[in-house]
Design a protein around this ligand. Sequence first.
Ligand SMILES: Cc1cc2nc3c(=O)[nH]c(=O)nc-3n(C[C@H](O)[C@H](O)[C@H](O)COP(=O)(O)OP(=O)(O)OC[C@H]3O[C@@H](n4cnc5c(N)ncnc54)[C@H](O)[C@@H]3O)c2cc1C
Length: 399
Amino acid sequence: VRIAINGTGVAGPTLAYWLKRYGHEPVLFESAPALRTGGYMIDFWGVGYTVAERMGILPELHEKGYKIERLQIVGKTGKKAIQVSTDFLQKSLDDRFLSIARGDLAATIYRACGPVEGRFGTHIVGMEQRDDGVVAQLSNGSDETFDLVIGADGLHSHIRRLAFGEEADYEQSMHAYVAAFTLSGYRPRDELTYVTCPIRKRHVGRVSLRGDKTLFIFTFRSELVESVLQSPEEQRRALQTVFGEMGWEVPAILARLDEAEDLYFDHVSQIRMNRWTSGRVALIGDAVACVSLLAGEGTGLAMTEAYVLAGELHRASGDYRAAFQSYEQLLQPFLAQKQRSAIKMLSFFAAKNSWKLALAKGVLRAASIPFVFQWLLGPTLRDDLELPDYSTQARDSPH
Ligand SMILES: Cc1cc2nc3c(=O)[nH]c(=O)nc-3n(C[C@H](O)[C@H](O)[C@H](O)COP(=O)(O)OP(=O)(O)OC[C@H]3O[C@@H](n4cnc5c(N)ncnc54)[C@H](O)[C@@H]3O)c2cc1C
């Protein structure tokens, strides 16, 4: 079966890997001219970790990733308020947890595919579904026919727009913005430590990376700005205005904002859809069920959706209608539950008022006590999903 995948992030290459393994012919499209490198740091665990294990890429992920050892909360004056070891987290997840740059995860998955048709700088701009296939109109002006088209093009998916309608119909705003960027040569450095300074409605964090780089993440409630922030100039200006008076190291960080070449800025949203497929088109990853960065598990969940979709297609011997139905039935309740848990995390990133901020800090302090940790954070971290094993039905890998 010839399958077009629009989007070469995390979900797209995972799907290509499994489709190839089951003897299909995936073609990856990507609007960017090359695989995106670097990017913000992601935490990686849960069902996605198991998918990565089944792909045999865990050793490479551990080699490129980091094992963050502690979390440090500082006040506006820079005084250390709380320091918590991440031992409790590692133990509760049986050490199946790592942190890694999103770009390194995506590149590792892409490489694991072996030879695969990847068309960078070309993407699907239009589609026409027919009884025997989908005609995809490509950004280079040509048309090509595929058996199926999969949208793996992230939170602002174009395939979703083409097949299901406007983003606004599916977007659930978290009423917050996020910015992430890296700087070189920043001081101080705190190795293997996530240092964070939360105040009411705002949060700044930093983590030291290899190669003398530091990653910064800023989150804030959207009510702190008057209009929707669209242009990069507006976004940079808003960061200066919202965080300018914050204290700690923030003025020094913002003074270097113009040096950041990789500024990521977006509003924090979830995507909630009742249907994940339409005819010969299906969506995976953030395009269909974005949990938002608040869940801290979006990449693993995107990989899970890709794994299950490919597996169900395999199990149904290419009967895409049956496969699409099983794909939705198996994952929709699980993702809905993950999205509900993620919303509760907003207080950790940008507490609305002082008591919620104090509560979030208290929770963190108490979380180092194992049973309290299980009680408080267990439901967010735990994945109540038995990942199907499709290996008995799998043909040998063609690569
Ligand atoms: C600041 C931040 C922190 C996060 N922290 C974590 C974390 O700790 N742990 C975690 O697991 N997740 C985290 N996430 C979420 C995670 O990054 C996403 O859930 C995950 O990347 C989703 O994978 P995806 O492949 O669906 O989408 P993406 O990774 O966004 O990939 C989509 C791809 O599609 C391409 N594309 C876009 N539009 C088009 C188009 N029209 N045509 C063709 N290609 C297109 C893009 O260039 C990109 O390559 C975080 C997100 C953010 C923003």
